[in-house]
Write a protein that binds this ligand. Structure first.
Ligand SMILES: [Zn+2]
Length: 422
């Protein structure tokens, strides 16, 4: 990067390097032995980057007792100065984008630490890599990570700037409501789906890093030739597939939480090319990169929940009869043993008796003002049903076997030979 020295430095950097943060007694984590070789370091980064973006912990962490140490004056070593210049530049970029859309950008803090750190997201060692903690709106960074980034094939200052841009991207996602929404959507979906959703979060943060780079170059001439390639190299180096390969394992896309190298570089490039937040909607643009979008994800979560409540609410006629319960939804099937005359008092009902096995019969009262009649019904017909059960000693009555036009009651139906009457 060109001439970053002498530029405005952010006042939001907190330098706690050299302060000892003690690990709470109950916390157990990775133990980093001394003399760990490159492979070991890579494995640790791989494991932690794959498994643990602390932003996933959002919400579990409420009420955590993080003490924010009084901060030291910022060191004036190159690394610290560089980071505060980059942070300041992200503040300009996002400050402008937010005010252009009529809102105000809340600037996050960047805390430098060494060894381990306590945050509202718990205690973390440097091994987790840089992370953003949503509840306290801070980016946490151990500068040793940049050494590891070099070993992963991403040397250079822009690679470091990209990492900051990505974490700031998570902050933007937090204050625009994306992270809370994702956290909610993750409830009640499978681990695999939650991973897929997390990939979309990470790719959007990559795209946001690209947006920052776009303005750093076009408005402030901060970039030089080769920087974008450097950023893409960094994005590629920490793609899940690269990390898994380097850690000596098989590449298993279903365990990705950050996206493949190709995906990460592509989304960084998208942000850089367009400088547009809309272009970074990873949740609704599949582009062949992901088979799930935001809308689909939300739907999946909703359906899963709806199916669950239904499953727990629906019983069968035998257990409802045995426990003498009324007003429960039941489903099952039976054979017509007697067709009765229509009941014409009040709303009209078609009535018949089903043998549902185990010596139990069920009287069906099917509302033919609201649903079609089961035409030419005769003894011996097999009927499947979903409706509401009312207990009586003779086996019980089934009603609400139709769609509720008012939408207040659960829909029911009758089926004969694949045809539905509701
Ligand atoms: Zn991330």
């Amino acid at each position: 990067m060109v001439q970053w020295r002498g530029r405005r430095r952010s006042t939001n950097v907190e330098d706690t390097r050299g302060q000892r943060s003690s690990r709470p007694m109950r916390a157990r984590g990775l133990k980093l032995g001394g003399g760990m070789g490159t492979i070991g370091i890579i494995a640790v980064i791989a494991i932690t980057l794959m498994g643990g973006d602390p932003s996933q912990l959002l919400g579990i962490l409420l009420g955590s007792s993080s003490q924010i140490n009084s901060n030291q004056p910022l060191g004036d070593d190159d690394a610290a100065v560089f980071l505060s210049v980059i942070l300041a530049d992200t503040e300009v970029t996002w400050g402008k984008l937010f005010s252009a859309s009529g809102s105000r950008y809340i600037e996050p803090k960047l805390r430098l630490f060494s060894g381990g750190v306590n945050s509202a997201c718990g205690y973390n060692t440097a091994a987790v890599g840089p992370f953003y903690c949503p509840p306290d709106q801070r980016v946490y960074l151990d500068l040793d990570f940049f050494q590891q980034l070099k070993q992963l094939g991403a040397p250079g200052d822009f690679a470091q700037a990209y990492v900051i841009g990505h974490e700031i991207g998570h902050h933007v996602q937090n204050i625009t409501g994306v992270l809370p929404k994702v956290h909610e959507a993750k409830q009640g979906i499978s681990k695999k789906q939650a991973n897929q959703l997390q990939v979309l979060v990470e790719l959007q943060a990559d795209c946001y890093a690209g947006i920052w780079a776009h303005y750093a170059e076009s408005e402030r001439d901060l970039l030089e030739a080769g920087d974008i390639e450097e950023g893409m190299q960094a994005a590629a180096a920490i793609g899940d597939d690269s990390l898994q390969r380097r850690a000596g394992g098989r590449v298993r896309p279903e365990t990705f939480t950050h996206g493949s190298s190709a995906q990460r570089t592509q989304w960084f490039k998208t942000g850089f090319r367009t400088g547009s937040v809309e272009a970074c909607d990873t949740f609704n643009q599949s582009n062949g990169l992901s088979d799930i979008g935001w809308a689909q994800m939300a739907r999946t979560a909703q359906n899963a929940q709806a199916a669950e409540t239904q499953a727990s609410a629906i019983s069968d006629a035998h257990s409802a009869f045995a426990s003498k319960r009324s007003d429960v939804q039941i489903t099952g099937k039976g054979i017509v043993v007697k067709v009765l005359a229509d009941d014409l008092k009040g709303s009209r009902h078609q009535k018949f008796i089903l043998d549902i096995g185990r010596g139990q019969t069920l009287l069906v009262a099917h509302n033919i003002d609201l649903a079609p009649r089961v035409s030419s019904l005769r003894s011996g017909d097999q009927i499947e049903y979903l409706g509401e059960y009312e207990y009586n000693q003779r086996g019980g009555v089934l009603h609400w076997t139709h769609h509720d036009p008012a939408g207040r009651h659960m829909d029911g139906w009758l089926k004969r030979r694949g045809q539905t009457f509701r």
